[in-house]
Design a protein around this ligand. Structure first.
Ligand code: UDP
Ligand code: MG
Length: 315
């Protein structure tokens, strides 16, 4: 076996009852390799998650923590992990045991065969609600339709990245990075492994309807400008429609007596045009908002404490 170091990065947000079992399972698997590190990124938990990880850190020096000052979001937590992981390959996974650690040896095997990105595809089973599964599948269909990268259905943030990929990703400075799109976008050699997700061990999902919607919007606007173009097309369509209606109004005014009736069509036109304009403004605003946030160059996250000892604490 090659003398390799494997890093595992795990964003955790209020997972106090999951970290022990997850670490236990991971250590069992990872101790077969030359060297490993497990980095928990505590994304502003307000329960005992951090205390529990600290306890593990005292016993096992391969287990580390990075703790944010507040909740900066799952993707930023992933970024913090990627920024600090030191292994030749870096595996990211969820902290609720939905991603089976038993898959890791297969991932490492494929990596040693020469693949640089080993992603995982969720097999459909009953671990997520029907509703969540449906909305996710609709989202992936839509985003693939309107953007250049292919994001696979059922892909999650459970994957192995070669060091070369990690270095590229680290250099990307965009805000609210959408890793499910960014990673395939890099173009490195990829291999997909299917797995059946488990049920969440304890606690509940942190992705509410609202967060899922925002996440999806972020994914779409960071990977495609087609919604903007759509706005233009719609605008043209409506302008043409308006022109026809206008023409009709003028002709009626000039050649007929009935100029007063027509209240319905007037209201229709106002409502329709008004609605479309608002949609278009919304789309433009969405992109503008992203540019606004990007232009401020705020750090992605701020670290209060960590067990890794590195110079800068906000990136
Ligand atoms: N998570 C996080 N920050 C957040 C939300 C979630 O670090 O703001 C973590 C969470 O602790 C878990 C992973 O991201 O380890 C996936 O979240 P969750 O299981 O709630 O999502 P779901 O599996 O329901 O999509
Ligand atoms: Mg989960």
């Amino acid at each position: 076996m090659k003398k390799i170091k494997v890093s595992v990065i795990i964003p955790i947000y209020n997972e106090e009852n999951n970290v022990d079992l997850l670490t236990e399972k991971l250590v069992q698997i990872l101790s077969n390799y030359f060297s490993y590190e497990i980095i928990f990124i505590d994304d502003g938990s307000n329960d005992n998650t951090l205390e529990n990880v600290k306890k593990i850190n005292k016993i096992n020096k391969n287990v580390h923590y990075i703790s944010f000052t507040r909740n900066f979001g799952h993707q930023n937590a992933l970024k913090a992990g990627l920024d600090r992981a030191t292994g030749e390959c870096v595996i990211s996974m969820d902290g609720d045991l939905q991603h089976p650690p038993e898959l890791i040896p297969d991932m490492i095997e494929k990596w040693q065969e020469g693949f640089e990105i080993i992603y995982t595809i969720r097999k459909d089973n009953k671990s997520a609600s029907f509703y969540k599964y449906k909305t996710a599948s609709l989202f992936y269909k839509f985003i693939n339709m309107i953007s250049d990268v292919r994001i696979l259905q059922g892909s999650a943030d459970f994957r192995l990245l070669d060091r070369s990929v990690v270095e590229e990703i680290k250099n990307m400075d965009e805000h609210s990075p959408f890793y499910r799109g960014l990673i395939p976008w890099t173009g490195f050699r990829q291999f997909g492994i299917k797995y059946s997700p488990n049920h969440r061990h304890t606690g509940e999902s942190k992705y509410s309807m609202k967060r899922m919607f925002l996440f999806a919007m972020g994914g779409i606007t960071s990977f495609s400008v087609i919604p903007l173009r759509l706005a233009t097309f719609l605008g043209f369509g409506m302008a043409f429609f308006g022109f026809v209606i206008g023409l009709k109004a003028v002709i009626e005014y000039l050649f007929t007596e009935r100029t007063v009736p027509g209240w319905t069509s007037t209201i229709m036109a106002i409502v329709l045009v008004g609605g479309v304009q608002l949609i278009i403004l919304g789309i433009i605003g969405e992109y503008l908002g992203r540019m606004f946030i990007e232009s401020k160059k705020r750090p992605h996250y701020i670290i209060r404490e960590n067990s890794l000892h590195k110079q800068s604490d906000s990136e």
